[in-house]
Each structure stands twice: as structure tokens, then as C-alpha cells.
Design a protein around this ligand. Structure first.
Ligand code: PLP
Length: 396
């Protein structure tokens, strides 16, 4: 992205600001398409990674289906125009009333998370897949690993067999589902997981419409080439996917929108203590919690480039020591008022933001290569106060 665009966006919409480059979303989709060109597939967009309705509309226009994990995400999918048959429902702890809505609407597939969920299922016909937990280590951060037997998601192979043997007649098993974690860059994890799915499907002689392999494709947060190697994926994983003999469904979030997002911020203060340099910026863990929550690394740049190199922690103003956006970063010493850009924040950025310290959520802006468009205005204190039905006058 041209630095001029960051400057223009900051000038027009203020900081901190989430900026999305729609061209990158398109490019990422093309990368996936190229990798999977030898196997029939359909891609569902993981709403939880970024649920801005304008962005979702754009994603829909590119031909994605919708992957939702809550009733509100489901409602949002319908709001932006996805038909229920183009929606796949995930998540644990689905309640009966929700399952009723999904069944009545005729959603594409409900990925069942437990045998308890089967027992709770209303007596309505529905298309389901069973979420299998293949007990593989995704070698990612424990908080975003989901395919180990100690994790809360899915069922193991034995339970899946039992569910299949006693499936009520209103439920049609159309697929098998598995999602083993997020930000996965280790090819062997995928290989192990999908091989074990394949042997399960063979052993049970299942006749399926598709196999849903979830998401989890890792991206290059450090800008040092740590992302998923697509060439490797094509050579080592795609042959296993082909061996299923049915179309593959994928649910991708991070890989599609992560690299399309930038958090534009401004330098408020340079602080020097006896042990460290701090660059204090106008964004924080309230806007982007991944570094604080997972120790996640996001590439950060300041500009215009200074001349003196320093090592500094980039921090926000939230009253938590953990409010660090980047640790020990070698950067050109910025000046107060300079812009900083935090990269790869399009997924699990705004979506995980909060009002902690009464931080107001940033504005969101989309760039299509020509124009900047405000797709969500900046939050105001009034927005928050309104929820509490509170005014000073009511107290008099
Ligand atoms: C979060 C999630 C995804 C998307 O994961 P990414 O790492 O963003 O691709 C897909 N499927 C399920 C069930 C999920 O919970």
C-alpha cells in the first residue's frame, strides 16, 4: 500500500483507523484458487475474523459462502444477502431454539459439535456434518489451537462413529468437518489431520456430499516469510484432498482478510526510561488485542523515516502493562505526530476490539485502489452512554 494513502486516510478520517485494501482480499482469494485449482472446492468466509457488513458484502460479491459461529453472525449473513443454503453454521453450545431456526431456514450445513447437540436437535429435517477432532497438534498458539483432544471443540473418531450409527432420521449427514486451529504454517499438521479424516471416512464407508476442512491457513505476520507455503500445500496436501473424491469445503478468515488490514495510528509521545524506549501511540490493546492476548507479532512501521535507529516498545495508553503492540522493535526514531502503521490486522483486529478504559472503537475505511470509503464511523461516548439509558437529567 502506498504510504500516501495512509496519510490521506488519516487526514480525512483521523486516527486510530482500520484501513482495508479490497484489492488485497481479491488477491488472497486468487492465491487460494491457484493452490486448489486441481480439486473441486467451495470457500466460506469466516465471519468471526471480520464482520463489518460492507466488507462482508464485498466478500459475498467475490463468490464466498458464509461461515458463522453465532446466531447474530447468522442474522448478519442474511442481512448482507447470503441465502441460508450458502451458510454453514459452526460453534459449540448451540441451543435448541437456534437449531430450530437453522433447520427451518434450510441452512447449507450445521456442523454438529457434540452428541449432546444431536440429542437437543429439534425434530426437523436438517443437513449436518460432524465436527471431528482428529487430535493433532496444530503447533500454533494454545489459545487458537482447536484440534487437540483436550480442546472443547468437536468429537473424537469413536464418538463420531457412535453418532453416525444412531443418527435420527430427520438429520442428513452430508459432510464431515474438521477445523484444527488458526495461523497454521506447518504443512504436516494438515497432512496428518486430513489423512486421519480420510481413513475415518473409508472405515465408516460414508457417502458424503463434501468434506469440510475448516480454515487456519497461516499468514506472514513478521514479514519474514513465515506464512503457509502454498507450493507445499499444493504438493503435499491437495493430493490427500483429491483422494476424498468429493468437493472440499473450506472456511477461511485470516488468510483472506488478515493481510488486507492496516491499523493507522499516530505517535503521541516518546518516552525514555533508564531501561527502555517507549513509543506511545493513539491506538492500544483495546483496538488490537492480539499482541497482548497471544503475544502475537505484528509488523509496525513509522513514517516518514527518521535517521536515527532505536529499539523501542510500541505501547498504547491503556492502564495495563500488557498494553504493548510491539516489543523491542528496531525502528527509525519517529517524531511526535508521525504516523505508524500496524500490518496484517484485517482479521481478528476490529472484531476483537473493546471499550476497555472507555476506548472508543476506531473508524473503518475501505480502499478500492481509487477511493477511500468510510464503512463504519468512529464510535462516540454517546454511543456507549445510550446503551445504559442514562442521562444526567433523569437523575434530577
Ligand atoms: C475461526 C474458524 C475458522 C477460520 O479460521 P481462520 O484461521 O481465520 O482461517 C474456520 N472454521 C471454524 C470452525 C472456526 O472456528
Amino acid at each position: 500500500m502506498d504510504k500516501e494513502i495512509f496519510l490521506k486516510a488519516a487526514k480525512e478520517f483521523g486516527t486510530p483507523l482500520y484501513l482495508y485494501d479490497l484489492r488485497v482480499i481479491k488477491k488472497r482469494l486468487e492465491m487460494v484458487e491457484r493452490t486448489l485449482k486441481n480439486v473441486e472446492h467451495k470457500i466460506f468466509f469466516a465471519f468471526k475474523s471480520n464482520s463489518n457488513p460492507h466488507l462482508l458484502e464485498f466478500v459475498k460479491s467475490l463468490g464466498f459462502g458464509a461461515d458463522v459461529v453465532s446466531m447474530n453472525e447468522y442474522k448478519m449473513a442474511k442481512l448482507v444477502g447470503f441465502s441460508p443454503s450458502n451458510i454453514v453454521v459452526n460453534g459449540n453450545g448451540k441451543i435448541t431454539d437456534e437449531l430450530k431456526v437453522y433447520a427451518r431456514d434450510g441452512v447449507g450445513c450445521v456442523n454438529v459439535d457434540s452428541s449432546e447437540e444431536i440429542q437437543r436437535f429439534p425434530d426437523l429435517s436438517a443437513r449436518i456434518a460432524i465436527r471431528i477432532n482428529p487430535d493433532v497438534d496444530a503447533k500454533t498458539h494454545p489459545y487458537i489451537s482447536t484440534g487437540l483432544k483436550k480442546n472443547k471443540f468437536g468429537v473424537n473418531m469413536e464418538s463420531a462413529s457412535a453418532i453416525i450409527r444412531s443418527l435420527p432420521s430427520n438429520l442428513k449427514l452430508v459432510g464431515i468437518h474438521s477445523h484444527i486451529g488458526s495461523q497454521i504454517t506447518d504443512i504436516s499438521t494438515f497432512v496428518d489431520a486430513f489423512k486421519s479424516l480420510k481413513s475415518f471416512i473409508d472405515k465408516e464407508s460414508l457417502k458424503l456430499e463434501f468434506v469440510n476442512i475448516g480454515g487456519g491457513w497461516g499468514i506472514d505476520y513478521s514479514h519474514k516469510g513465515e506464512g503457509l507455503n502454498l507450493q507445499d500445500y499444493q504438493e503435499k496436501v491437495v493430493p490427500i484432498l483429491k483422494s476424498f473424491g468429493v468437493p472440499i469445503h473450506l472456511e477461511l478468515g485470516r488468510f483472506i482478510v488478515g493481510p488486507a488490514g492496516y491499523l493507522v495510528t499516530r505517535v503521541l509521545e516518546l518516552k525514555r526510561t533508564t531501561s527502555k524506549n517507549f513509543v506511545i501511540v493513539d491506538t492500544s490493546m483495546s483496538d488490537l488485542i492480539r499482541p497482548s492476548l497471544y503475544g502475537a507479532h505484528h509488523h509496525i512501521e513509522f513514517f516518514p523515516d527518521g535517521s536515527e535507529e532505536i529499539v523501542a516498545d510500541v505501547v498504547g495508553r491503556v492502564c495495563e502493562t500488557g498494553d504493548t503492540l510491539g516489543k523491542n522493535r528496531k525502528i527509525f526514531k519517529p517524531e511526535i505526530g508521525d504516523l505508524g502503521v500496524i500490518y496484517n490486522v484485517g482479521a481478528y483486529g476490529y472484531a476483537m476490539s473493546s471499550n476497555y478504559n472507555l476506548s472508543l472503537r476506531p473508524a473503518e475505511v475501505a480502499f478500492d485502489g481509487r477511493n477511500l470509503k468510510l464503512i463504519r464511523r468512529r464510535e462516540t461516548l454517546e454511543d456507549i452512554v445510550k446503551l445504559c439509558d442514562f442521562s444526567k437529567n433523569s437523575k434530577q
